[in-house]
Ligand binder design. Sequence first.
Ligand SMILES: *[C@@H]1O[C@H](CO)[C@@H](O)[C@H](O)[C@H]1NC(C)=O
Length: 380
Amino acid sequence: MVLLTSGQVSMVISSTIIFVFTFLLFLSGYLLQQQTVRGLQAAIKPRLPAPLPATETYDPHARLARRPGFRDAKYDNFLQEAEVQWHKLGYVQLVRNHDEVCTAVMHFADLHRDRSPATRILLFPRSWIEDDDADPYLVTSRRLLRTAVRRYKVVLRPIGPLRVADDSSFAYSLTSMFSLTDFDRLIYLAPSGVIIDSLALDSLLAFSPQKRLAALPADPSASKISTSFMVLQPSVSTFKELSAARAERVSDDEALFQQYFDAHSSLLPPSLELDTTLYYESTELRFLGDPDSFNSTAFFGSTSYVRLADPELPGPEYDVPYGKMVELRPKKGEARWAWERLYFKFHHRRMEVCGLDLLTPRKWIQEKAKAEESSGSTEL
Ligand SMILES: *[C@@H]1O[C@H](CO)[C@@H](O)[C@H](O)[C@H]1NC(C)=O
């Protein structure tokens, strides 16, 4: 029998107490960590969209009659086990010059923020990786391309320019999107804009029927497609035919697509926009039929993409005098707040994502000065 002295007994007791407390501390730390890991897993998990409603034939008036607002709850019940091959579906952007790079990267940053499961693809001039000069604009563009890959998981695809009609010159064209034949379906949103919520767009990518191209109408009569919002299916034959048509007849992308894709068979069914407005233009906020009934909460809760396209402005990436914005903005109420918020958000994101200030609209100022000069001379 082992006899313990009182000193030994108190040591055994104190080491037991230390052991118990150390264990409790470990246990609480472990539980806390597990909770954090689960929280992190939920936070980085892609959001999966629900399937689309059944589509019907096209009625051009349906899009006009629709009022923004009223989100359907089905978009909140994401399908957990959707068998969708997200690596074959993507969002594509094309940049032709250095001024356009940041806007494209912001587009992918928005998709990353929304945890879109689809691939993000950026087409850019091949010369940017071949040229070995130290042009400061090129240096910035390369930095932004690296950011896009590292931070927003963007797939970079260098492309070459295509032949232009009636000319021996070459230029970059949206036609190149059809050459991405390792993808089943792509969405193209014309820049520059703000993705408010990509979920309905993801739905469209995953569940819309196979079609060479599906677009929105260019005007109320729906006689032509618009190239501002397109869901397209890459294919070698479409790419070849379009490139040939471009080299022979039309060099402008919009005119080319309108000629090649018949509006009758290439429009998105408006039922797809019953719950969510997929595409909206900022200028529409200035000409609302009934501005007093505009509800900005409903608007931001049910719109996927807003293109900042006011024809009087050079684009949201350019710095224009504040007086000009005041002159153009919607005259009152929530529409004005929504319009200003979109521009402000874009400016803020440009600094946040790219670390860039607004650009000086040199060409725009020159054109304006020229227009003023010529109007001045007619007055004389
Ligand atoms: C605006 O829309 C939101 C969400 O749809 C709704 O909760 C709110 O009551 C509406 N506000 C007005 C003034 O109608």
